[in-house]
Design a protein around this ligand. Structure first.
Ligand SMILES: Nc1ncnc2c1ncn2[C@@H]1O[C@H](COP(=O)(O)OP(=O)(O)OP(=O)(O)O)[C@@H](O)[C@H]1O
Length: 274
């Protein structure tokens, strides 16, 4: 007797033919992608192709003009305010500039979400803040009273990560987590992304330009292509597969991107401006 075929798990995040534009500029057109539980998916692509917009669609900060975005099977656009808030509390977000509250100390930044969630005793908040800061390699005693302006870029990113992890998120969204960091600190952040995933069954979507991040953390890579440069009928998702396949991809635009070759891009950019 044949074994019944295993049903694939429901995606945590699904974009189904999602399109969005701003004014006359169309940014995403008919983009479909599925992100499964506990996967780390890395989203790459040229500047301006819509990577950050994709992250904002996932948490309902933007709504597609056509198509649908689903979170655990539920269309984000149909969520009521309470559902949206509950969903966002389960999603940790590490922004490009760490987005710390400049007027709050490191302690208050990391405690912010826990306090906003409510129902957690001060002592438990303190323990959680200390643990998360130590997880990201920061000494609680040294940094708890520091203000964001006193921190280096790498420290800010790690405080941002500690803040996101304080709420024990089920989903982590990283928007260029290593931009502006030196190679060692870049690797520290990559290592933290990996460890976060090893410690907890988190589903992650990482936007990056760093090929080292791709190689280190990705289970799967999705490459988006700028809409304006697609040939008629092509999908905006140029690549969807394992990181090992990028360099052998039949599409030379994918190989060109990962190898960082400009080729004729400068003249194309000049022509665009004429
Ligand atoms: N709220 C907005 N209003 C108007 N235009 C926007 C808005 N958000 C994004 N855009 C435009 O959409 C396009 C895609 O932006 P997005 O930030 O997603 O690019 P990206 O692929 O993340 O680029 P980068 O790698 O440079 O961060 C850009 O041209 C940007 O100017």
């Amino acid at each position: 007797m044949n074994e019944p075929a295993a049903t694939p798990p429901e995606p945590v995040i699904r974009l189904a033919n999602a399109s969005i534009g701003f004014g006359r500029q169309q940014v995403l057109s008919n983009v479909s992608l599925d992100i499964y539980p506990h996967q780390t998916v890395v989203l790459i692509g040229e500047s301006g192709c819509g990577k950050s917009v994709t992250l904002k669609l996932v948490v309902g900060l933007l709504t597609p003009t056509t198509g649908e975005v689903y979170f655990e099977g539920k269309p984000v656009r149909r969520m009521r305010e309470r559902e949206l808030t509950a969903m966002r509390l389960r999603v940790g977000f590490l922004f490009q500039q760490a987005a710390l509250f400049d007027s709050l100390s490191v302690y208050d930044n990391v405690a912010f979400g826990l306090r906003a969630k409510g129902g957690i005793a001060d002592e438990a908040v303190r323990t959680r803040v200390r643990e998360r800061l130590e997880d990201v390699g920061l000494s609680y005693k040294k940094v708890e009273n520091q203000m964001p302006a006193e921190l280096s870029g790498g420290m800010r990113k790690r405080v941002g990560l500690a803040r996101a992890l304080a709420l024990a998120p089920d989903v982590m969204l990283y928007d260029e987590p290593t931009t502006g960091l030196d190679p060692i600190m870049t690797d520290v952040i990559n290592e933290l992304i990996l460890q976060t995933r090893q410690k907890r069954p988190v589903t992650s979507l990482v936007v990056t330009h760093e090929m080292r991040t791709v190689q280190k953390v990705a289970d799967r890579v999705i490459m988006l292509y700028p809409l304006a440069r697609l040939k008629p009928g092509e999908s905006q998702v140029l690549y969807d597969g394992p990181p090992e396949g990028l360099r052998e991809c039949a599409d030379q635009r994918v190989r060109q991107f990962v190898e960082g070759e400009a080729r004729d891009r400068l003249s194309e950019l000049r022509a665009d401006n004429e």
